[in-house]
Design a protein around this ligand. Structure first.
Ligand code: GLA
Ligand code: ZN
Length: 675
């Protein structure tokens, strides 16, 4: 396995460090190094928002201060993840070149200030960034302490300036070639919106064109493309100087502004910033939600990722800034590692004295000492990661995959109907995921561009939009012996957002599921239906009820109410060597738990630990060097016990263990020989 950071191939522990805020306090900078060692920190991210300090006036670069810091850190065993500073532009620059500031959908240009708000198209900004990135790379990319590029910070948002609009038109021209093609894809005869000149095309905005869904979808694709192109330019700038240093950029929690699956091809390492809102009591649902996202991050490149930011304790932008309860810091940190992270990093090392984030948790508080819970929690995780270092050479190798597709979400959520109160795509994916997660089944979470070969089970809820070629992958997967679980609202539109003719689910999926979805009934929030199984079990249903006609599928359950009472609501169909289930509505959790328990047994899906897990306890598996590492996290808020099969020890110990006790919010790492 190729290490994520070859110059320092270990689990990373550290985080954002902003010494440029403290340059007038050499005593503090000195103290920081001592504190880092005490916290078992081995790397920091530097220079993320330092542009004004790196280029105090146009064309005058001042990197000496940064070099002094990188040197000192390196001499003390702390490595540098070096940022390009494009996430926040200096005020002198945005005042001199207004075009680099973003224009909002109402046509107004932002004043100077803020962050993550530059125009991605502006040639001026791109050139300034290229010059800065190149200069940083020339100065630092051969430094023995610099191990990774942190490109920009949390790329986000869209710009509606004239240069972006022109780029949108160029992108469309390239995609469609002719206006006839574009008009057909956009179904623009509707409401007489036929485009007769490319110059007529504008970005969709609420006060203008916002109802041509294919146009809205294309705009989202374009915005994603443009941000990805900006990322590419930054990558090329630093790699042009030294291709040896890997690059990453930090992704955000379920951020749907860009298709991260396109960006991931440009980075060597996927990383993200995780800020779960832990509370008292049972945090299992929240934990499953974050588990799913960690799994997306790992599945993107099918290799470990980096947790680039997390809060050592409190997060100041939540409605309420809760402190982490005892155990939670270690639990949340190990959850990330359990799902494939090769780091635990924080925002930030030393708490800022002023401005927006002065109340955000940090390793070192304004107080300055090490006798704080926050500091001690961090130091404990640091010691633990040093001990767990062999885990950095291990992988997660799931037999099951869950589909979560960005374009599918874009298309579904913009459409009017069938349920403008909320389609709950993410909740539906999570409902399936959580049931398998409770069983300790390792999962990849992939999108429609991914390869399905090799999985035993593919769960693809609400596959509304089918990208070209994807239904063929599903057909091949099932025909070859795979098990597919699909649901309502599947196979409705093609990649241009045009509805399939000839019956849903379209593009050949009717044959796979062995049914025709004639229509779909939508339920009000307070309405319910029921799924009735032959053995008498009943489960509540909500949101959408697909009315289906089996065409070869076997009926396993029926609706309990309404004019379609008694009609099929759960089916299975043998197709080739495999089988395809169809769950026609959104059921309560109990259904998914029972359904996947049985299915996991039938398919003999590998589980992290082959035992029944207590409610709220997660089990994850990483394998490498002939060892299996099992991570147990107790999110339940109650003490729990897990009985173990023979052959397990606590990580790094010899004494065999028959049972693990987990205090509330506790976490433990076990190991055993790989079979
Ligand atoms: C984000 C940013 C950081 C910081 C943290 C605070 O993840 O990348 O710069 O603002 O949030 O939680
Ligand atoms: Zn712009």
């Amino acid at each position: 396995m190729h290490p994520l950071t070859p110059k320092f191939p270990h689990l990373l522990h550290g985080g954002d460090y902003n010494p440029d805020q403290w340059l007038d306090r050499p005593d503090i900078l000195e103290e920081d190094v001592r504190l880092m060692k005490e916290a078992h920190i081995n790397c920091v991210s530097l220079g993320i928002f330092s542009w004004a300090r790196l280029e105090p006036e146009e064309g005058r670069y001042d990197f000496d201060w940064l070099e002094a810091i990188i040197d000192r850190l390196y001499e003390n065993g702390v490595y540098t993840v070096l940022a390009t500073p494009s996430g926040a532009k200096p005020i002198w620059m945005s005042e001199k070149y207004p075009e680099i500031r973003r224009v909002r959908p109402d046509g107004r240009r932002d004043p100077s200030g803020g962050r993550h708000n530059h125009c991605y198209t502006s040639p001026v900004y791109r050139e300034k960034v290229r010059q800065m990135d190149t200069a940083l790379a020339q100065r630092f990319s051969h430094h023995p302490g610099v191990i990774l590029w942190h490109l920009s910070n949390e790329y986000e948002g869209a710009c509606y300036c004239p240069q972006c609009q022109a780029a949108f038109r160029r992108w469309l021209k390239e995609k469609y070639g002719t206006l006839d093609n574009l008009n057909h894809a956009w179904w623009s005869a509707f409401w007489s919106h036929t485009i007769t000149d490319w110059e007529q095309i504008q970005a969709p905005v609420p006060q203008g064109e916002g109802s041509v869904f294919a146009q809205v979808l294309d705009w989202k694709r374009f915005v994603s493309h443009q941000a990805t192109d900006f990322l590419r330019a930054e990558r090329d700038a630093v790699k042009g100087v030294n291709p040896e240093i890997p690059v990453t950029t930090n992704f955000m929690y379920y951020y749907d502004g860009y298709d991260y699956w396109k960006m991931k091809d440009l980075v060597d390492v996927v990383s993200w910033d995780s800020y779960p809102q832990w509370r008292g009591g049972n945090n299992a649902r929240l934990a499953a939600d974050y588990a799913l996202y960690h799994d997306i991050m790992r599945s993107m490149k099918k290799q470990p990722f980096l947790l680039m930011e997390s809060a050592p304790s409190t997060t100041n932008w939540w409605p309420v800034s809760k402190l982490k309860k005892p155990g939670m810091h270690r639990m949340a940190s190990l959850q990330a590692v359990a799902h494939g992270s090769n780091s635990v990093q924080y925002f930030q090392f030393r708490k800022s004295r002023g401005s927006f984030e002065k109340f955000h948790g940090a390793v070192v508080d304004h107080y300055g000492g090490t006798d704080t819970r926050e500091f001690q929690d961090v130091a404990e995780v640091g010691r633990l990661l040093e001990k767990l270092d062999a885990v950095s050479r291990s992988q997660v190798r799931p037999q099951a995959a869950v589909l979560y597709d960005w374009e599918n979400q874009w298309a579904m959520e913009d459409a009017q109907g069938p349920r403008n109160l909320g389609l709950h795509y993410k909740e539906q994916v999570l409902a399936h995921y959580q049931a398998l997660w409770r069983l300790g089944v390792p999962m990849d979470v992939v999108d429609e561009t991914c390869d399905l070969a090799g999985y035993k089970l593919v769960v693809a809820p609400m596959l509304y939009l089918l990208r070209a070629g994807f239904s063929q992958k599903l057909r091949d997967f099932v025909a070859g012996g795979g098990t597919l679980v699909g649901t309502y609202h599947t196979g409705i539109v093609d990649e241009n957002d045009l509805c399939y003719l000839g019956g849903w689910p379209g593009d050949g999926l009717r044959e796979v599921f062995g049914l025709w979805n004639e229509a779909t009934d939508a339920l009000w929030d307070q309405e319910e239906n029921a799924l009735c199984l032959e053995d008498g079990r009943e489960y509540r249903l909500k949101d959408l009820c697909a009315l289906i006609h089996p065409q070869g599928a076997q009926v396993l359950g029926t609706y309990g109410q309404d004019f379609y009472k008694g009609e099929p609501a759960l089916t299975v169909h043998a197709y080739g060597k495999g089988q395809a289930y169809y769950v026609a509505s959104f059921a309560e959790d109990g259904f998914y738990q029972d359904f996947y328990k049985k299915l996991a047994e039938e398919l003999a899906l590998e589980r992290a630990l082959p035992v029944e897990l207590p409610e709220g306890v997660e089990a994850c598996l990483r394998e490498g060097d002939g060892r299996r590492y099992v991570f147990l996290q107790n999110f339940s808020g109650e003490p729990q016990k897990v009985a173990l099969p023979a052959g397990y020890t606590l990580f790094g110990e010899d004494a065999p263990l028959a049972e693990v006790e987990l205090a509330p919010y506790d976490s433990q790492v076990l190991e055993t020989a790989a079979p």
